[in-house]
Design a protein around this ligand. Structure first.
Ligand SMILES: [Zn+2]
Length: 162
């Protein structure tokens, strides 16, 4: 079987007609990490590679980072929160519950400081505004006036297993 990622980020698998769909799907699944990295690079995204063996240490680092930055920024805004946790979330960077619990993706430990701070401030601001209204973004902008740029940078960053 042949796997090609084209410059326009199209992924094409070539296989003999006798190969069943299941076999082709297995092949794609097996190489999904490689495909993701290749597509991200093709699309001009910054790829931050991590290893499976680093997850535990990254979780510890993320919790230390999130705790310190939450204390700092919550104090700055005059917010109070309940608990902070770090999770292996698949597609989210963070969340904030109505009970005031903040949760962060352990991958924040790999991000440049200003991007990790944006994620932390974003979730903290949900303590006051449980939505993405203009009032919410005005709160974020109090600390990060150029948050649109930082969000763009975050969207262009992929933390993935090498
Ligand atoms: Zn949000």
């Amino acid at each position: 079987m042949r796997l090609v990622v084209y410059p326009d980020a199209r992924v094409v698998v070539t296989a003999p007609a006798s190969f069943g769909a299941r076999l082709i799907e297995q092949f794609i699944t097996k190489h999904s990490g490689w495909i993701r990295r290749k597509v991200a690079k093709t699309a001009g995204r910054k790829v931050i590679p991590i290893k499976k063996g680093e997850i535990l240490i990254l979780k510890k680092q993320a919790l230390t980072l999130a705790s310190a930055r939450c204390t700092h920024f919550a104090n700055h805004y005059g917010f109070t929160y309940n608990k902070i946790s770090v999770r292996a979330q698949k597609s989210r960077w963070g969340s904030c519950s109505r009970a005031g619990n903040l949760s962060f993706n352990y991958k924040i430990a790999t991000l440049p400081t200003h991007i990790a701070d944006y994620i932390i401030i974003h979730e903290l601001c949900h303590l006051a505004e449980m939505n993405h209204s203009s009032r919410f973004w005005a709160l974020v902008a109090k600390t990060i006036p150029d948050h649109k740029m930082v969000r763009k940078e975050l969207r262009n960053t992929l933390v993935t297993f090498s």
